[in-house]
Design a protein around this ligand. Structure first.
Ligand SMILES: [Zn+2]
Length: 265
């Protein structure tokens, strides 16, 4: 039973709102004009949907009907803002915080299972740099290769470069840059060169990752953090994790109220 004030609550979760619309209006609601959705809900006695929740419902529809948020970073940014109830500025760049990216990815995954493309991963990595984070825990670890690129060092010529090598051979030693442009394959006669490379990650984040795993399992008042960059990053990640948990808790609670079976989606 969906309570009559369900669509009015500030903390209404985008997925619960979407599933509630589905249940009340039938699968066709995804093709309605946005205005029709709100008129129908009002007609059924659920009142006028506040703007914040209307943003969540609209964003839910985009994520249910298209795969845009998974394949285009601008769409990802706008849809995640919408899912969180924020006003969407279509002309403005309004970068997401990492906390918003985390919750956004959780919500998108609850709506559809689609792999994120590099464009979105790169965007999330840029958000992490903006938040001055060196490490991204779940659900954002898939963006780590763009935050901390893999590198290689050629032990023959000393070249240090991004590791985008498909053949595992140093770009310089095989003359891939001969004319100033990358020509993909080794120059004739140089095919066997440049195989003596050492691969590494651009910086060290393993300590941060392992400390985060440790402290995130501890009761919060047992956690003692240093007042340095390392401690600051851990504190940020812990607070983001908490924000994520709150959203997940809300979603589970509210879905229970809306419907017992997620299969209705
Ligand atoms: Zn080399």
């Amino acid at each position: 039973m969906i309570r009559k004030d369900f669509f009015q609550k500030d903390d209404a979760h985008a997925v619960a709102l979407g599933v509630a619309c589905h249940k009340l209006l039938g699968a066709e609601w995804l093709d309605y004009e946005p205005r029709t959705v709100y008129e129908e809900l009002d007609r059924l006695g659920y009142g006028l949907v506040p703007e914040e929740n209307a943003n969540k419902i609209n964003a839910f529809r985009v994520a249910k009907k298209t795969i845009m948020p998974w394949v285009d970073h601008e769409s990802f940014e706008k849809v995640v803002h919408g899912l969180l109830g924020n006003l969407i500025h279509f002309e403005l760049r309004t970068p997401l915080s990492i906390a918003q990216c985390m919750v956004g990815v959780d919500i998108l995954r609850a709506i559809q299972q689609v792999p994120f493309v590099d464009d979105v991963k790169r965007y999330i990595a840029a958000c992490a740099k903006h938040d001055e984070l060196d490490y991204l825990p779940e659900p954002l670890t898939f963006a780590m290769p763009f935050l901390c690129p893999n590198m290689y060092e050629c032990l023959d010529c000393g070249n240090v470069d991004d590791d985008d090598l498909e053949d595992g051979q140093c770009d310089v030693c095989v003359g891939r840059y001969e004319d100033g442009t990358v020509n993909g394959r080794p120059e004739e006669g140089l095919e066997d060169r440049g195989k003596n490379i050492r691969r590494f990650e651009a910086y060290e984040y393993a300590q941060l990752a392992s400390d985060y795993r440790k402290v995130s399992r501890m009761p919060i008042d047992h956690v003692k953090l240093n007042e340095d960059n390392h401690g600051l990053q851990l504190a940020m990640l812990l607070s983001y994790g908490k924000y994520r948990e709150e959203h997940q808790f809300n979603m589970t609670q509210q879905l229970r109220e809306v419907v017992n079976e997620r299969s209705l989606l």
